[in-house]
Write a protein that binds this ligand. Sequence first.
Ligand code: AMP
Ligand code: MG
Length: 494
Amino acid sequence: MAAIAFDNSYARLPERFYTRRAPTAVAQPGSIRVNHALATLLGIDPLWLESAEGTAVLAGNTLAAGSDPIATVYAGHQFGSYNPQLGDGRAILLGEVIGTDGIRYDIQLKGSGPTPYSRGGDGRAPLAAVLREYIVSEAMYALGLPTTRALAAVSTGEQVVRESFLPGAVLTRVARSHIRIGTFQFFAARQDVEALKLLVGHVLARHYPDAPGRGDNPALALLQQMIHAQAALIAQWQLLGFIHGVMNTDNMLLSGETIDYGPCAFMDEYQPDKVFSSIDHAGRYAYHNQPGIAHWNLAALAQALLPALHEDQEQAVALAQAAVDTFPERFSQAHRAGLARKLGLAEFLVTDQALADELFQLMAQHRLDFTLTFRRLADLAAPTEAGPGTTVEELFEIPDPLLPWLARWRERLSAEQTPATERQALMYTANPAFIPRNHLVEEALQAATQSGDFAPFNALVDTLAKPFAYDRALARYATPPRPEQAVTQTFCGT
Ligand code: AMP
Ligand code: MG
């Protein structure tokens, strides 16, 4: 029996932080995919995870030694309305391990049966939702974003009842922690200041041990670190055309990782007001609203932290406000730095904002593919010696109306000293060729759910593991959808 070296710090917090609950066994566990590299990082033998014994653990049918399974409690603002009681309704934290990188990771089953927080839900997950999260979260990781990850997907041999009967599955999700803004809101709403302070200490020790000011005012130090982390994260989303789709406060992690791959999607054509989620009628979580929503969510965190920030309420509010007010500029800084990398600039001058804005305007006006536009700029940043097979030229060319802009961009580049090949190499690391395009994700999910064919899923996951390395043999994964292939809506899929 291979071991998982659990060390469960969250389960050592007081009992009001969670409910002890074992996963509910499934009829017939079947291994779909195990993430070998991630298993190795966690010090777990990937071959064992693929064995019948390992699969039984990943399905929730057996508990590994040292596991102390809990469902955690939290609250949250969903689409702007406060819900005082959420919690892991279809997820169970098996425990934590220290990775070979020295970082502590949660190992959580998602779709593992009901908990006290299921609110009438079945605690299960359909296969399509599990595979979507596997594909997109691992793609985000390969793109260099902080994100929860997928250790494994297993089938359950059971059906879940939604609008129709769907095959069920369990995802093993890995995160630096699953502590959310909503976790703080839960205790704040109960005026449980002791729990708030405990949670502040736990998060600081776990994620921000070097936070400046930690000794003087821990809650303020934590708030500031979270603001930095979210500014950096949301900037990266914007720079890749990623739309999260459900930025509720219970879906924002203190670790700064992206979580909840329900109705998310990457844009094909650039449209700043783009919304995919079928339930987001007002466009609250549209692409261009994401920085503003993050700011709003951080204000909700600050509000929850007030009693821990200062005994005097007025002073607490002043500290909270001053911290939250730094977000827009923090975000802009991170966004400008990212834009500079995407455009091949060593330095982002004040006048470069207009250059970037104009590009985005043209992209929107001509509905250009977000990913390929930037990838093509990287191609054009230096003469390519390797030939057409290594560029996206055959898939996308900068259209004529952009040529005057292109000339201005080249002129701007020539004002910097960076050698062209060096600039191009850097641009290739900021402008991926492969993103999880919705039509390819859909295609993979359909093959798996309708015919039990996991080959498209596996091929897609494999391709997205190297998003910056273009190769003509993989052209179909970089090609935008034809009009009839375009996916216009995504669903929470719970
Ligand atoms: P989410 O949409 O993933 O952010 O989930 C919001 C809340 O609904 C969380 O408390 C989930 O645990 C809960 N939930 C979502 N789907 C289910 C389900 N199938 N069974 C039980 N609880 C669920
Ligand atoms: Mg969620």
